[in-house]
Design a protein around this ligand. Structure first.
Ligand code: HEC
Ligand code: HEC
Ligand code: HEC
Ligand code: HEC
Ligand code: HEC
Ligand code: HEC
Ligand code: HEC
Length: 648
């Protein structure tokens, strides 16, 4: 659920040529939202554009909420209320908030920074207060919690607050597995308030409907939402269905409702892939996907190279890699999971394997003790930590609180060893003792080797996780040392990156360049550092180096629009409009719903004399972001004075 490189948008006006670069840079940076790291709070700092133009208020397309289904599907609604889907977003109530809000547990001190947070319950409700010690004295900002994600789910819980009509994610989260507070990484050059935008995709995946104001990062209707992942996410807006069946009580044919049982396998997969995948980049406005449609028409699905770069647990991708999926023509998520009921022994669990396999299918069955033979999941879908969601705690760094079940169903020798180890631990006798010692050593060693392999690929986060796994089995001091070393490297990378961005904001480009180079010395495939290095080279006039670095970024992560966007802009500034257009199109392919990129394509097309196509692009930009005055202005210019072509 979280992403490495966070992007801190550049905010200051820079030297001439750089103004253009920063406009792009800022835009792309803000698209890189999907990180749990913080961005400085921007409440109150409205851009002139946002001030001057009215926001558009989309109306609810017919979402009613689960209560409207009770009349005719009472049992279903009743059982559904216990599911994590129903509970995915809740308002804070004394009954669903963790012990961390008690006075004894309510403080979290951020190590190494003069910053602490206090979490409390008061007359204003549940509060998260940031107290920043500065030279001028303490500065404190208090936010009343409006929403909770993951509440009572036993993993991490994240909180949100309104500031006027903007929603922000608060920086301190509750880590239920270790019963402590944790935080995202802080920008040590941050402005003092540490929350970050609650972005559209973050809202879509945990809710049924929010009124999102088009073109804004985080403005939503204050009292116009349906919380949690409820019926209509999978069955479509219910208004027409409910109206019809209320008027026609005799009709038994389901009217105007998405019926997953009738969908093709791919559309049934899409139903869950809406959220359980890396389908992250919009092709259209918020909440416009409808069950039964191809998901690809609404989102671009990113393809990170490594599991630690996933945005969520991404069961969709891994399930597809299983022979179970590939060699069956019907297997989907709902073969094993009944989405209306909470997870249990019989809903998923090893029971789900029996739908297709007999016990004898397991060629290992006769080699393993009878007591574990039915733990199919333990050996074939082992739990592991998803390091991409990590926190800082008072005592540790890069802590991943969450474990997930591997959905690439396969044979995992070490998972088998672990199941056997657990079993031997529960036995007594010298034979089991020996096996415990042997298996612990083996597992410790294997994870240590895995850690080395990951480190050699400069995948430090994953290597940190592997070291910790190794230590679970074998508390070897050398491994501990290794872990400390890896934590230091990763901390260095994050610190250098923050420094680089700070130098850039403060126009100290040479120092920015050095900082990004330090990042790349540790991690040569750090895409953000490659991109930013390129930009800073461009600003100081080292054009060849700039292009080289940006091209490397574009190749390293084809899912990141930053580098092609910047290459396009450089080409555009130098009058190579054809080349610029190609780069902008490349950026558009991964970020199709960006007003900025459409605006830039419009500029390039306009320069190439392709007036009508340019107008189409400016209109598109304006449709995505009604606040985009630049596109409106350009469109007007091409159309001749006075007229504006309204978006469809
Ligand atoms: C006034 C009664 C009524 C209300 C309210 C109602 N439904 Fe239905 N629904 C029906 C009837 C009648 C059927 C068709 C018979 C059946 O399948 O049970 C049906 C069928 C369905 C089906 C099954 C289609 C299939 O695959 O067989 C789904 C899904 C469904 N409703 C969802 C909802 C949701 C979601 C809501 C709330 C937003 C809702 N219904 C509210 C009456 C209602
Ligand atoms: C693409 C969809 C998607 C987006 C975007 C998304 N989530 Fe989630 N989130 C999920 C899914 C799915 C789960 C369930 C666990 C899993 O399968 O990864 C989840 C689980 C969680 C949990 C429960 C604890 C846990 O880890 O299981 C929290 C808290 C959470 N997300 C916070 C966030 C926040 C904060 C954001 C926005 C910054 C966000 N999520 C964005 C899909 C998403
Ligand atoms: C996460 C997705 C999801 C959510 C949320 C969801 N459903 Fe379903 N629903 C499905 C799927 C998938 C099927 C088809 C199951 C199958 O093929 O066996 C289904 C089938 C149905 C059916 C028809 C078949 C049956 O089992 O009766 C009804 C009625 C229904 N859902 C109503 C509801 C209602 C009411 C809610 C909310 C209380 C709801 N659903 C929430 C995914 C969902
Ligand atoms: C709109 C987004 C969304 C859709 C669509 C969706 N999920 Fe989820 N799912 C989530 C989130 C978010 C969570 C985690 C909620 C939490 O723990 O707070 C979750 C949790 C789960 C869990 C864990 C439940 C548990 O008890 O731990 C399962 C299993 C699951 N989803 C299966 C499915 C399946 C199967 C489908 C498709 C039929 C589906 N989901 C569709 C967002 C979604
Ligand atoms: C072959 C059966 C099977 C299929 C297919 C399957 N799952 Fe699971 N899933 C499981 C089992 C087993 C567990 C973990 C043990 C349990 O609670 O039953 C699990 C756990 C989960 C969880 C809980 C979070 C975690 O990992 O801790 C989520 C979310 C989930 N599955 C989502 C999905 C989605 C989305 C799909 C489709 C892409 C899917 N599953 C397909 C069997 C399956
Ligand atoms: C929809 C049917 C279906 C379900 C449900 C299912 N499988 Fe499979 N599975 C298959 C098919 C088909 C194959 C490939 C043929 C074979 O090896 O038997 C397979 C293959 C496998 C393999 C061999 C994988 C490899 O890479 O060699 C394992 C292990 C396995 N399944 C375990 C499981 C477990 C554990 C579960 C429950 C969590 C499960 N399966 C659920 C259909 C299914
Ligand atoms: C203690 C670990 C363990 C447990 C428990 C276990 N398996 Fe296996 N399973 C294995 C191993 C190891 C193999 C590969 C053995 C080999 O290479 O011959 C295997 C092989 C398989 C295969 C693939 C056979 C092939 O075609 O290559 C299937 C299918 C399978 N298991 C299903 C299951 C099911 C279903 C269960 C639960 C009833 C289960 N397993 C329980 C460890 C386990």
């Amino acid at each position: 659920m979280s992403r490495p490189p966070a992007a801190w948008p550049a905010r200051r006006k820079l030297i001439c040529v750089f103004v253009g670069l920063v406009v792009i840079g800022g835009a792309f940076a803000s698209l890189n939202w999907y990180s749990r790291k913080t961005q400085p709070l921007r409440t109150g700092v409205k851009t002139p554009v946002e001030k001057s133009i009215a926001v558009s208020h989309p109306s609810n397309p017919g979402y009613l909420g689960p209560q409207s289904c009770v009349k005719c599907h009472a049992d279903r609604v009743a059982e559904f209320q216990a599911t994590r889907h129903f509970l995915a977003n809740q308002t804070p109530k004394s009954g669903n908030m963790p012990g961390g809000f008690s006075p004894e547990k309510g403080t979290y001190r951020v190590p190494e920074l003069s910053l602490r947070f206090e979490m409390s319950e008061s007359k204003r409700g549940f509060l998260e207060t940031a107290i920043h010690q500065t030279d001028a004295g303490n500065r404190s900002t208090s936010s009343a919690i409006a929403f909770c994600y993951g509440s009572e789910g036993g993993n991490d819980e994240v909180y949100f607050a309104w500031h006027e009509d903007r929603l922000y994610e608060l920086p301190v989260a509750w880590l239920a597995p270790s019963n402590e507070w944790g935080s995202s990484l802080f920008d040590r050059h941050g402005s003092g308030d540490f929350s970050r935008d609650m972005t559209i995709r973050c809202v879509e995946c945990h809710n049924t409907w929010f009124q999102h104001f088009a073109g804004t990062r985080n403005r939503y209707g204050h009292d116009n939402f349906i919380l949690g992942v409820t019926c209509e996410v999978c069955h479509g807006p219910g208004h027409e269905h409910v109206t019809f069946h209320s008027k026609n009580p005799q009709s038994k044919d389901a009217h105007a409702v998405a019926r997953p049982a009738q969908m093709t396998r791919e559309r049934r997969m899409d139903l869950c892939a809406q959220c359980h995948s890396n389908a992250l980049k919009h092709r259209g406005p918020a909440f416009s996907y409808r069950p039964g449609q191809p998901l690809d028409e609404s989102y671009v699905t990113l393809k990170p190279k490594h599991p630690e770069e996933d945005h969520v647990a991404n069961q969709t991708t891994y399930l597809r890699q299983s022979r179970c999926f590939q060699q069956s023509d019907s297997l989907t998520c709902v073969t094993c999971h009944n989405p209306h009921q909470t997870r249990s022994e019989t809903n998923a669990g090893s029971a789900s394997c029996a739908k297709c396999h007999s016990n004898e299918d397991c060629t290992d069955r006769n080699q393993i003790p009878a007591e574990v033979q039915n733990n199919c999941v333990g050996c074939h879908m082992p739990e592991g930590r998803k390091i991409q969601v990590f926190f800082r705690t008072e005592t540790d760094k890069y802590v991943a609180p969450v474990k997930r079940f591997e959905h690439r169903i396969a044979v995992y020798p070490d998972a088998r060893n672990e199941v056997l180890l657990e079993w031997h631990r529960s036995q007594s006798g010298p034979e089991s003792d020996e096996e415990v010692a042997r298996l612990s050593k083996l597992l410790g060693e294997n994870w240590r080797k895995e850690s080395q392999r990951l480190q050699s690929e400069s995948r430090y986060l994953a290597a940190i996780n592997a070291c910790r796994e190794s230590l679970r089995f074998e508390p070897d001091p050398k491994t501990k040392e290794k872990l400390e070393q890896l934590l230091k490297i990763q901390t260095g990378i994050d610190t250098d990156l923050q420094d680089g961005l700070w130098y850039e904001r403060n126009r100290r480009y040479e120092q920015a360049i050095e900082a990004f180079q330090r990042v790349l010395a540790a991690k040569p495939d750090h895409v953000m550092a490659l991109g930013k290095l390129g930009t800073n080279y461009a600003v100081v006039g080292k054009k060849e180096l700039a292009v080289e670095s940006l091209k490397a970024a574009a190749v390293t992560d084809p899912d990141d629009p930053y580098a092609p966007g910047m290459l396009g802009w450089l080409a555009y500034l130098e009058g190579r409009s054809e080349e610029a257009l190609q780069y902008f199109q490349q950026a558009d392919a991964v970020e199709p719903y960006s007003a900025k990129i459409h605006y830039q394509m419009g500029l390039a097309l306009s320069k190439l004399g392709r007036r009508d196509e340019a107008i189409t692009q400016f209109t598109k930009a304006f449709e995505i972001d009604p606040n985009d005055v630049n596109s409106i202005r350009e469109q007007q210019r091409l159309l001749g004075t006075g007229s504006i072509k309204e978006p469809k």
